[in-house]
Design a protein around this ligand. Structure first.
Ligand code: SF4
Length: 298
């Protein structure tokens, strides 16, 4: 029987409980648009999250969902990818969730290269716990845990993902609708762990962070196999060419003081853990049971 077309209305659940202007709302809306555009079966999608404001994302989209414990969305997703490789996995993790308590899982999730879209909602602070310093909080930023100013340099999330060996690394922003949509599509099409860094606004705790109206503080990186710059900034934003297969150059861009948006790196030849595992299970099943025993012992 032909499946009924999916509409945006089908993707809605309860209205999001995020502050007005929160970047999470744009991320959520983009995901819904993507599912409708691609006519993906919501019964084959799992949205997973850890703890934090972004952790509510699975509650607000009509797919299967797992609101896991702090920093642990990745191991849950990895288990799913092992047993149900036909499912589409979207992982939502904030900067605190992904890079602090969940940092260990992030390393090994990237390393296993299991198939998923990992969205790092990076608002550069712990928002749910009322503006505490997170791993990506800017040096000198006053927070509730560092009222005299954050004394640490922020962790470079894109640099870390490249260093951990991610097979897909991209960066976008919640307020760049076309750029975000295109990034999401590229991440979805990639087979493996697609790491997407998202600059996410938190107007409640940090309204002056990320100036979404101007483009003089960042540069788009483009390539014929990359991601196009945001339409509304065309002719205004700085744009450079970058071949996303060049990892050395990707590192140089990631380590730069200036922010870059686009596809940093892609490697389509990294094996996925679920494929390796299933292949091993299959070849194991073909072995005769008697081959499992030492002939000298039976
Ligand atoms: Fe969004 Fe910040 Fe409000 Fe959390 S506190 S819902 S991140 S605007």
């Amino acid at each position: 029987m032909k499946r009924k077309s999916i509409t945006l209305k089908d993707m809605h659940t309860e209205p999001p409980r995020w502050c007005v202007g929160c970047g999470n709302i744009n991320i959520l809306n983009s995901l819904k648009r993507f599912i409708v555009l691609k006519q993906l079966d919501p019964a084959k999608i799992v949205s997973l999250s850890g703890i934090g404001c972004s952790g509510r994302t699975p509650n607000h989209i009509n797919t299967y969902g797992v609101h896991a414990i702090h920093g642990r969305a990745i191991p849950v997703a990895l288990g799913l990818s092992m047993t149900r490789p036909e499912l589409h996995l979207f992982i939502h993790s904030g900067d605190g969730d992904a890079l602090s308590i969940g940092g260990n899982h992030l390393i090994h999730g990237i390393n296993k290269n299991f198939n998923c879209v990992f969205l790092l909602h990076d608002n550069e602070l712990y928002a749910l716990t009322k503006c505490q310093t997170s791993p990506t909080t800017k040096f000198g930023k006053k927070t509730n845990t560092q009222p005299k100013g954050t004394p640490f340099k922020p962790v470079n999330a894109v640099g870390l993902a490249l260093g951990f060996g991610a097979s897909f690394v991209a960066s976008t922003a919640d307020w760049m609708r076309n750029h975000f949509d295109e990034t999401l599509e590229a991440a979805f099409n990639h087979k493996g762990f697609s790491f997407v860094h998202v600059a996410q606004r938190c107007p409640h705790h940090d309204p002056d962070n990320f100036n979404s109206r101007t483009c003089d503080w960042f540069t788009y990186i483009t390539h014929r196999n990359g991601i196009s710059p945001e339409k509304r900034f065309l002719g205004k934003a700085k744009i450079i060419k970058h071949d996303p297969t060049n990892k050395t150059r990707a590192f140089e861009l990631a380590m730069n003081e200036r922010r870059f948006f686009g596809l940093f790196y892609i490697d389509k030849n990294v094996p996925q853990y679920e494929t390796i595992l299933r292949k091993n299970i299959k070849s194991g099943q073909q072995e005769s049971k008697k081959d499992l025993f030492d002939p000298f012992l039976i």
